[in-house]
Write a protein that binds this ligand. Structure first.
Ligand SMILES: *Cc1c(COP(=O)(O)O)cnc(C)c1O
Length: 496
């Protein structure tokens, strides 16, 4: 009688584990071509011809590495997302620059976990320190996350831990008591991921108290202070955190961070700053004043995968007291890892010599090494290169604002603060349906020009909203957008 599986064990694995140079090499020309964004149609075609080629049933037999690489090069990459094209200014997103891309490839292969004492683990910490230093938050430390959503979630998890530990409750171990009820405070302009975080953390979305904003979209500090004063006197609620926005995604408004730090200190409430988009704005000396005081925040979220153009999936939570993260997110020791070590045997201890156990500081256990991408980007361009980018992009928004002020066919909807400029076409006629007209202009821009801004609504008015974070965008793209808006607007306004 033969041993079961004896033949199977001798069969080599079907997956190629070598030939990296040949496989990556075969892909490189397609990536180079894609990265030029030539003839880019940034808006996806309505009936893609490539989809049926890719959307096939599960293959029972593999086609081999070369066939897969050929499909990647010929079909997938050419139909990728063109949000790195120079004229793309929608959302708050772009494609990575080369250093981050190369570092991500390296990490995928050689840094496939951020655990243990190895170069990628060390670069995780080096990059966190560099980001903190770059932002003037030198006393803060933290953890990389999958993006701004989880960076805000993790920061608010630390806030939850502190608020409840003060009441003698460990919310991580025991959950939230029915009373007192947790509350978060944020402006009406806060990013919607904060409400989701409130839901996930057990506060509930409705625990986010919306505080009014002024006409520039900044939180009304007096209204916040009044509400906090009342809630501090109410035994049935526990104020957990004030969530400030350092760069709202609609207009780029920066809440008064110094004043918020004062109010938070006065009422003894955690201050969290969501700087996922705009945190890097502090690098511009002209607007640095707006960020004064944010070093007093208990936590800050930033997204290197936005303005820093790191490969996607790279957010950062920075906190003053990292031990709170460990108490909020720690894992019980795993028997198959540190739980079966003999006394005295080296574990993944958190001390000056040992590696930082990032898997105890956030919501992921296994996670890619992200610090290496930030390290590579800052190693390439330095703080100076990042500062120049931010200043240039702020300049783009101001240039567009000047154009909107001086061209009688355009109007500036709100003064830019960072790199977003909200403006619109108003023509010279008497058309009342300016919202419809501007929506039609943007739809036409997306279909027929390289310029792809978003739209937003500011004080009830539909605005065209370019957000400049893309390192590839040139000044011609800024002027080209304004010219195209005028040309399309003129045409549509006279056609009706
Ligand atoms: C982008 C953004 C988020 C969400 O971050 P993701 O990286 O998209 O998850 C949250 N807040 C602000 C201000 C943002 O710009």
């Amino acid at each position: 009688m033969s041993e079961p599986h004896s033949d199977v064990v001798a069969t080599p694995d079907a997956a190629e584990t070598g030939r990296i140079e040949a496989a990556v090499g075969a892909l490189l020309p397609a990536l180079e071509r894609f990265n030029r964004f030539e003839g880019a149609d940034p808006a996806a075609p309505e009936r893609p011809t490539w989809a049926p080629h890719l959307d096939r049933p599960l293959p029972q037999e593999g086609r081999g590495l070369d066939a897969v690489v050929a499909d990647l090069a010929d079909v997938v990459v050419p139909h990728g997302l063109r949000n790195g094209a120079p004229g793309f200014s929608g959302w708050v997103t772009t494609a990575p620059t080369t250093a981050g891309l190369v570092a991500a490839v390296a990490a995928t292969s050689a840094g496939s976990q951020r655990y243990w004492l190895q170069a990628f683990n060390l670069l995780e910490e080096v990059a966190l320190r560099w980001v903190a230093d770059l932002l003037g938050l030198g006393d803060h430390r933290g953890v990389f996350t999958g993006g701004g959503s989880s960076a805000n979630l993790v920061a608010l998890g630390a806030a939850r831990q502190r608020a409840y530990e003060r009441l003698g409750v460990d919310p991580s171990a025991d959950g939230l008591p029915a009373m007192p009820r947790p509350l978060l405070y944020a402006s009406e302009e806060v990013h919607h991921v904060v409400m989701r975080a409130a839901g996930v953390l057990g506060f509930g979305r409705r625990a986010v108290v919306p505080i009014a904003t002024d006409r520039a979209g900044r939180i009304d500090v007096a209204a916040l202070a009044a509400r906090l004063g009342a809630d501090r006197a109410d035994a049935e609620v526990v104020p957990v955190a004030v969530v400030a926005s350092a760069g709202t995604v609609n207009t780029g408004a920066v809440d008064p961070l110094g004043a918020l730090a004062d109010v938070a200190a006065q009422h003894d409430v955690w201050l969290h700053v969501d700087g996922a988009y705009g945190g890097f704005g502090c690098l511009d000396p002209e607007v640095a004043l707006l960020f004064e005081g944010w070093e007093r925040a208990d936590s800050v979220a930033v997204d290197p995968h936005k303005w820093m153009a790191a490969p996607l999936g790279c957010g950062v939570t920075l906190v003053r007291d990292r031990s709170l993260l460990a108490r909020a997110f720690t894992l019980e020791p795993a028997t198959y890892v540190e739980g079966s070590l003999r006394p005295g045997e080296a574990a993944s201890t958190w001390d000056d010599l040992g590696p930082v156990p990032y898997h105890h500081l956030g919501v992921d256990q296994s996670a890619p090494s992200r610090g290496v991408t930030v390290w590579a980007i800052l190693g390439e361009i330095g703080a100076a290169g990042m500062r120049d980018r931010v200043i240039r992009h702020h300049g783009f928004a101001r240039r567009l604002a000047n154009r909107a002020r001086s061209d009688p066919r355009l109007e500036l909807v709100v003064e830019p603060v960072l790199s977003i400029c909200c403006f619109r076409y108003r023509g010279t006629g008497t058309r009342a349906d300016l919202d419809d007209l501007n929506a039609a202009i943007v739809a036409r821009l997306h279909r027929t020009t390289p310029y792809v801004p978003s739209t937003t609504v500011v004080a009830g008015a539909l605005a065209i909203r370019p957000c400049y974070i893309n390192p590839r965008t040139r000044i011609e793209d800024v002027d080209g957008l304004a010219d195209a808006v005028c040309a399309i607007g003129d045409e549509l306004a006279t056609a009706s």
